[in-house]
Design a protein around this ligand. Structure first.
Ligand code: GLA
Length: 370
């Protein structure tokens, strides 16, 4: 059992006085490329990270306990806390006609919270997998991911796409996951960073993503308007040639989405050919497009990407929704400490928050603990 799985199990035993029926865990994610494409029916390429949220579950009353916050919440009432995620899963299962009985649960995890590494998808995915097993529902992984997205959209009330839940439930260790967000087909793409002597460095800029919700919804609305103007179902169906018919905000947003979809497919080809130089170029191009056309970058994210480039990173870009949060870089293994140090210094000189750094390896998706 992983460390956080053991903690969840111990917490359950302390809280409810008996062993749990089962323990599950699910990871957070970084997105390698394909940003703001999921809700346009396009392509994304995330990978799961080796930070997870675990849950120990059993049948019966007793509530939802978080070992990290040391607090218990009841299963029923929505209260705008972390407990809305597991409640949302129970709600979505019920809505979908899957009969689940009373359950109690203890959670423990090490996914950094609120920095855009999808701790919310991790808690949804681990709850969904655990309840599926506890009540013998036999729901497949993809359907569980769709159910998690429904919980997030309709119960929690955050209008996100499908990427994070897919990554948390479907990624394989040592691989990225190419998702076609229209057909919901997904395939693993081997990502042998170690073999290429590369490290995946994540810089958490520690910027509050305060405007994230409005900004995110505005971007979605602009994409929908652009698709309507072009007479296509979603921007996934638009071509570069179509862009001539747009102007202003709609043009910029659509240009990002159309070019980003193309970059994801090129990035997969590059990975399959082991061409990390090409992959890196595509990451930089993605960042420029998110900065200039989609306008979701920040001074901190831009600064990290610039410093990464100076330090010879193969590629770097913001990851996730933007408006703060994290950026990633693919760096030669020996250079990660120097990059972090240079970045810390530059951030201090600019008067930015002190950043946090992580190094992740592409990890496995949600699993029942053995
Ligand atoms: C957030 C959402 C995802 C996706 C990204 C942007 O992480 O949860 O669905 O839209 O932003 O790519």
């Amino acid at each position: 059992m992983r460390e956080m799985e053991q903690r969840a199990r111990r917490a359950y035993k302390e809280k409810f006085g008996e062993e749990p029926d089962l323990v599950a865990s699910a990871p957070g994610r970084v997105n390698l490329i394909g940003e703001h494409t999921d809700y346009n029916g396009g392509f994304v390429l995330p990978c799961a990270i080796d930070r997870r949220i675990a849950v120990a579950v059993g049948t019966g009353e007793g509530g939802l306990y978080s070992a990290d916050f040391d607090e218990t919440r009841q299963v029923v009432e929505k209260d705008s806390s972390w407990a809305d995620y597991p409640r949302g899963i129970a709600w979505a299962m019920d809505e979908a006609g899957h009969g689940i009985g009373a359950f109690r649960a203890a959670f423990a995890g090490d996914v950094p919270l609120g920095s855009g590494l999808s701790s919310s998808a991790a808690i949804e995915a681990t709850t969904a997998l655990a309840l599926d097993a506890l009540f013998g529902l036999g729901i497949g992984r993809k359907d569980l991911a769709v159910l998690c997205q429904r919980a997030e959209n309709e119960y929690v009330g955050v209008n996100s796409g499908i990427m994070d839940q897919y990554a948390s439930l479907l990624c394989d260790a040592g691989a990225a996951l190419l998702v076609d967000c229209r057909s919901l087909e997904a395939e693993s793409v081997p990502l042998d960073l170690e073999g290429a002597g590369l490290a995946l460095v994540v810089c958490d800029t520690r910027v509050e993503r305060g405007l994230a919700d409005t900004g995110y919804n505005d971007r979605r609305a602009a994409c929908e308007r652009a698709a309507r103007t072009l007479g296509v179902k979603e921007l996934r169906d638009a071509t570069e040639g179509d862009l001539d018919l747009l102007s202003g905000e709609e043009l910029k947003r659509a240009r990002h989405v159309v070019s980003e979809d193309a970059r994801v497919l090129e990035a997969v080809e590059a990975l399959e050919g082991g061409d990390f130089d090409e992959f890196g170029h595509l990451m930089y191009a993605s960042h420029a497009s998110l900065r200039d056309d989609y306008e979701v970058s920040t001074r901190e994210l831009d600064a990290f990407v610039e410093i990464a480039e100076e330090y010879g990173a193969r590629g770097a870009r913001l990851t996730g929704a933007g408006f703060g949060g994290c950026a990633i870089a693919l760096v030669s293994e020996g250079k990660t400490a120097a990059l972090a140090q240079a970045c810390e210094q530059a951030f201090a000189e600019h008067g930015f928050e002190e950043p946090a750094f992580y190094e992740f390896v592409p990890a496995a998706g949600a699993e029942l603990a053995r």
